[in-house]
Design a protein around this ligand. Structure first.
Ligand code: ZN
Length: 100
């Protein structure tokens, strides 16, 4: 389980996630765009902070982050090595994309 969490965080940090931006680049998908909203490339930032499809899940994540004492919701802060932000992010990914 710990390794799986580390894998997800690593993929979010590096961009090597199974999201359309990366899948398009390596020739797996025909488009890099988010299939939920169609408004932007599907990146880690789009999923975590922007896509309106995930607003409810994002609110849950923000509440969990605040409960952990995390109040800076920038990508740089969320994906830093800070342990407090890991579980809320993992919960969000499981609830939205499932696997990345
Ligand atoms: Zn979207």
């Amino acid at each position: 389980m710990i390794r799986r969490k580390e894998t997800i965080m690593y993929r979010l940090r590096t961009g090597y996630a199974k999201l359309n931006k990366h899948l398009f680049k390596i020739g797996v998908k025909n488009s890099e765009m988010c299939e939920n909203c169609g408004r932007a490339p599907e990146t880690a930032k789009h999923i975590l902070l922007e896509c309106t499809t995930y607003s409810d899940n994002r609110n849950v994540m923000f509440q969990e982050l605040i409960a952990q004492g995390v109040t800076n919701f920038s990508m740089q802060s969320l994906l830093s090595e800070k342990a407090q932000s890991v579980l809320p992010i993992i919960n969000f990914i499981h609830a939205t994309k499932g696997d990345i």
